[in-house]
Write a protein that binds this ligand. Structure first.
Ligand code: GLA
Ligand code: CA
Length: 776
């Protein structure tokens, strides 16, 4: 080797090593009260980001944005269903190339924490589980069901093929791997969790640190002795309280908040969620000052493109497309005031000056208003057809999209009521005339039909939205579930019909179907919507002289999905709060760009424009979400309370045992005073115990009435049974106690006790003192 060549060669090598932190094997272990990196105390400052929620060309930029915040690690989930969309077919390419994402993190000097599920929650379709698991009807998800476990192991093995060579022990960036996810909000099953642990240990080796995450109040249910425990809680939480139990049980364990929620996710039909920057930064400052590791969930939320947004339960609350999360790095990768406040605080805990904030990879552009001129009716999109008794999407072997269910009606000379469990959005037609909708979001299950003639056609167009990603309800089939019944009062007799013979006409939600359908009518006279046929595909074009990120506005549209240049951009729905879709410039081009909108309802006007700012907080509701209809207010004057007394102040659960079991369909909680006189009232969670002392299921609970609810911030009555300790019902500003919350339990129950959780913030603000509890 010549001298000059040798110099060049060596400096090239040096560059590689400098850029690739931990390129030589290292260790990450659990020490006394701290994690140890290569034997030295180490505080994990992790930034949660999700690679499928960021276009691949922007990965590097977003990682650099996290680094400039003072983070040393990125924390990622692996979404099983995006990698195995059909059973046995795996995809780790393009935007799914998780190994490349980890290597990029390492090139940027960041460590990686991997959370491979199998279940991840994350406001992602079915919490990451693939829908095709539901084809096995009796499957038990997240349990030791043989088929479930078999598929989990195959999947984890495939992920292992991508990632097991990237652990710190092998010179890669991965320092820890998570076992399952918040299992305590699903069940109590240590053998199942142990089996997941063993599976991951087999794949990543016994040297790699494994951990579990859950809420402090749930941990003991499933915590395994040989795994690190980490806690999930949100901005504002009382941090010492969160680690209290861990400190008692494992005084020498390192402390980590595995999900510190920077903001929150948004649901269709409810206000955009935010959390104050100050409280977030103070919480993180407190943790760092106490040597507590964390992952900031989300540091950059990104976008749930295509049909990947999930839904929450109890009830059915589908998530919007944007996963902005009010995170410090916004949906489109830009800084926010929260970002700079956090960065300033993080600088205190770094001995080096934090790297400069990187420039966004693309400018922001606007697009003038244009019309989507070509239309095609949904009829032309029909793929598979089947005749028989009612089938779900899964029974038709489809994951997403729509089914048009059609049957022939009997003669019903008077009005009748159609009842059906529709997942998720049904539109009912008789002989092509629109009758109305059955919307699962609103808990609707029936609709009144006009008198009908024998032989008329009943059509129900059912659109599936994201599958539930949290709680027991994740086994969320789509389509019509069970029978459709028609009941009518004929000559003073209640008559019921159950049509048995149905046609199922399936429409998938792929781009291929959208394009094919448009092409079919493009040059015919059927390419314009009519008054009767407005739901379908709309195509238009926009020209760009300069490429950049933009926010396409859909506020004049109904409900559906959008594709730009073949990329599935996400769902739209006029009710809001999200009215624009983030369109990354890396998926646009100079010159002509194509857009197709599938509108299952039909637009007011088929126009779109690109604006420079997103619109994430504009509701267009038929009526407010408040439960303040005075006719729903119970009269409790002549009722005897099942219990009355006073709660104590401070954080944490309290249980009120009733003197005798109480039976009824409704729960009324009268909050007669607050711990601090003059406060408004807040409650984070409520459970009822049944005869066996176990918690009753809250899946069919709904709020019937509340004397006051703060709509801004979504502090509605249902927040006391949304399975989230960090969210709460709160009365409006200036509305001191007394207050009443009235909950419909869905059916008559026998109740023996009530469990109450005040807000999680220090001092449990606005918590209840004197109460009366009624079961009515
Ligand atoms: C939990 C889950 C996350 C996410 C958050 C809420 O902590 O573990 O996946 O769903 O709630 O955003
Ligand atoms: Ca709650």
């Amino acid at each position: 080797m010549t001298r000059i060549f040798r110099i060049l060669f060596c400096s090239a090598l040096l560059c590689v090593c400098a850029g690739m932190q931990a390129a030589k094997p290292g260790t990450f272990t659990v020490g006394e009260g701290t994690f140890l990196l290569d034997g030295k105390p180490f505080i994990v400052k992790a930034a949660e980001v999700h690679y499928p929620r960021i276009p691949r060309p922007y990965w590097d930029h977003r990682i650099k944005m996290c680094k400039a915040l003072g983070m040393n690690t990125v924390c990622i989930y692996i979404f099983w269903n995006i990698h195995e969309q059909q059973e046995g077919q795996f995809d780790f390419s393009g935007n799914n190339d998780v190994a490349e994402f980890c290597r990029l993190a390492q090139k940027n000097g960041m460590y990686v924490i991997v959370r491979p599920g199998p279940y991840v929650c994350a406001e992602w379709e079915m919490g990451g589980l693939p829908w095709w698991l539901l084809k096995k009807k009796d499957i038990k998800l997240r349990e030791r069901d043989p088929y479930f476990m078999e598929r989990v192991k195959i999947f984890e093995q495939k992920v292992g093929e991508q990632l097991s060579g990237l652990t710190i022990q092998k010179g890669g960036p991965i320092i820890m791997v998570q076992v399952e996810n918040e299992y305590g909000s699903y069940g109590e099953d240590k053998p199942y969790v142990s089996e997941i642990r063993d599976c991951l240990r087999g794949i990543y080796g016994s040297e790699l640190a494994l951990f579990q995450c859950d809420w402090a109040s749930n941990f003991e249910k499933n915590g395994l002795d040989d795994l690190t425990w980490t806690m999930n809680f949100g901005t504002g939480a009382n941090i010492d309280q969160q680690f209290k139990r861990l400190g008692e049980l494992r005084p020498n364990a390192p402390k980590m908040c595995s999900e510190f929620w920077s903001g929150w996710f948004d649901k269709w039909g409810a206000r955009h969620e935010t959390r104050p920057a100050k409280a977030m930064v103070e919480g993180m400052d407190e943790m760092l000052s106490k040597g507590i590791s964390f992952s900031l969930y989300m540091t950059h939320g990104g976008t749930s493109f295509g049909h990947w947004a999930g839904a929450n339960s109890p009830g059915f609350a589908p998530d919007v497309t944007s996963y902005d999360y009010d995170a410090p790095i916004n949906e489109y990768g830009h800084t926010t005031p929260k970002y700079f406040e956090l960065r300033e605080m993080m600088q205190k805990y770094s001995d080096k000056k934090l790297p400069a904030v990187p420039k966004a990879p693309m400018p922001i552009i606007t697009v003038p208003k244009f019309e989507l001129k070509t239309f095609s009716d949904l009829w032309f999109a029909i793929g598979k057809e089947e005749k028989g008794t009612l089938k779900t999407f899964e029974e038709m072997d489809m994951g997403w999209g729509m089914i048009l269910y059609t049957t022939t009606l009997p003669e019903i000379p008077v009005q009748s009521v159609l009842t059906a469990e529709i997942h998720d959005f049904g539109q009912v037609f008789i002989n092509g005339d629109y009758i109305g909708k059955i919307d699962r979001v609103k808990n609707e299950k029936s609709i009144t039909l006009p008198p009908v003639k024998k032989g008329q056609k009943l059509n129900i167009l059912v659109e599936g939205m994201g599958r539930i990603n949290f709680g027991r309800a994740i086994k969320d089939y789509k389509g019509i579930i069970g029978d459709v019944t028609l009941t009518a009062d004929v000559d003073n007799n209640e008559v019921t019909w159950k049509p048995q013979l149905w046609w199922h006409l399936a429409i998938d939600d792929s781009y291929e179907t959208a394009v094919k359908t448009i092409k079919m009518v493009e040059n015919s006279n059927m390419n314009r919507p009519t008054e009767k046929s407005k739901s379908g595909y709309y195509r238009g074009y926009f020209n760009l002289s300069k490429v950049g990120d933009t926010f396409l506005n859909f506020e004049t549209w109904g409900k559906g999905q959008v594709w730009v240049n073949g990329h599935a951009m996400g769902r739209i729905w006029s009710i809001g709060p999200q009215q624009t879709l983030y369109v990354p410039g890396c998926w646009l081009k100079k010159g002509k760009n194509e857009i197709i909108v599938l509108d299952v309802v039909g637009p007011k006007q088929p126009v779109v424009w690109g604006q420079a700012e997103p619109e994430l907080n504009k509701l267009q509701l038929e009526k407010s979400n408040k439960h303040n209809n005075i006719g729903d207010k119970p009269d409790l004057n002549s009722d005897t309370p099942a219990a009355s007394g006073a709660f104590s102040g401070g954080n944490g659960w309290q249980t009120v045992k009733f003197a005798a079991p109480a039976k009824g369909r409704y729960l009324a909680i009268e909050c007669r005073s607050t711990q601090k006189a003059g406060d408004r009232v807040a409650i984070a969670e409520i459970y009822l115990q049944g005869q066996d002392g176990k918690r009753l299921s809250r899946e069919s609970w709904t709020t019937k009435y509340a004397t006051s609810e703060e709509e801004n911030g979504n502090h509605m009555g249902d927040k006391v049974f949304d399975l989230q300790e960090s969210t709460y019902w709160r009365t409006e500003k200036g509305s001191a106690a007394p207050h009443l919350l009235y909950i419909d339990l869905g059916s008559v129950q026998t109740v023996t006790a009530l469990e109450y959780l005040p807000r999680a913030e220090q001092g449990a603000p606005e918590s209840v003192k004197d109460y009366r509890i009624y079961i009515k």
